[in-house]
Design a protein. Structure first.
Ligand SMILES: [Zn+2]
Length: 113
């Protein structure tokens, strides 16, 4: 297991994940999303490559989005923990960060162990 491998789960452990980042978390670009949910909860999100995120309990995830939202929020159907966001449209890189593709999944800091 790489030293850049991180694990996390929701509160009730129905959903857990392993993510491999290209570099340590302390050196990884973190997104401070300005959507209303991320702002109210203070979520910070990283965007690893899709293939570098393995989710157990994917079938337990519920989806939430609203008209005009730029992403879909994914949360545990058992305990309600918000774990991921999926982009509904491509996003340009900001502040030197990389661009992100439609469907790319971000991992919320709320689930990190
Ligand atoms: Zn849960």
């Amino acid at each position: 297991m790489s030293s850049n491998t991180y694990t996390g789960s929701c509160h009730c452990h129905l959903v857990s994940f392993t993510v491999v980042l290209p570099r340590p978390l302390s050196q990884t670009e973190v997104c401070n999303c300005n959507c209303i949910i991320c702002t109210k909860n203070g979520y910070l999100t990283v965007y690893p490559k899709k293939d570098d995120v393995v989710v157990k309990g994917e079938q337990e995830l519920k989806r939430y989005e609203w008209e005009g939202s730029s992403c879909t929020h994914l949360f545990c159907g058992g305990c309600g923990s918000s774990l991921f966001v999926e982009l509904k449209q491509a996003q340009e890189g900001r502040d030197g960060g990389r661009a992100r593709e439609k469907g790319e999944r971000g991992v919320n800091d709320a689930g990190w162990c």
